[in-house]
Design a protein around this ligand. Structure first.
Ligand SMILES: [Zn+2]
Length: 167
């Protein structure tokens, strides 16, 4: 961990043990036995940008304007499931999203996260790490994102539209 990286909580935090493992794991959205896919059923936020392979969406209930998530048009799960042309195209489109977020200003770096634990439709988060906010380097940014006060969904969507217009 970098020396500046800091949890957004007062110390001391007390380590806990993980609970018992749940195997098999509960089905995720968009996988057999689970709830319907929110992306395919258009329950997710409307795309602010798209091309023939990808759609770009604003978050809801977040604290970092400029955050967006990119989804494949096809319903596949992870990188290893993407058809080869899409896998190749991901680097190109990720670079465009990164450049667009950086153009908002006041952004030190753009973090990418692919968790895959909530929904089974390929999507990657792009989070702007605020310039100078060294506490939020590395894995601390999503935790800070969760703890900082949310901005309105309208502000998140407006920032995502600015990202879209810079694509
Ligand atoms: Zn889907």
């Amino acid at each position: 961990m970098s020396t500046n990286m800091t949890l957004p909580y007062r110390q001391p935090l007390i380590p806990i043990e993980p609970g018992p493992r749940q195997i098999p794991e509960p089905p995720r959205r968009g996988e057999p036995g689970g709830p319907p896919c929110g992306i395919c059923s258009k329950e997710a936020t409307a795309a602010v940008w798209s091309d023939s392979n990808w759609t770009l969406h604003p978050p809801v209930g977040g604290s970092l304007p400029g955050a967006v998530w990119l989804a494949s048009r096809v319903h596949v799960d992870s990188f290893s499931d993407l058809p080869e042309p899409l896998a190749s195209d991901f680097g190109r489109v990720a670079a465009r999203v990164e450049r667009a977020i950086l153009s908002l200003g006041d952004v030190a770096r753009v973090h990418l996260y692919r968790w895959g634990d909530g929904g089974a439709h390929f999507h990657v988060w792009f989070l702007p790490r605020p310039l100078g906010m060294l506490e939020a380097t590395g894995m601390m940014l999503p935790i800070w994102e969760d703890v900082l006060p949310n901005v309105s969904d309208e502000d998140l969507a407006a920032a995502a539209r600015r990202v879209a217009s810079a694509m």
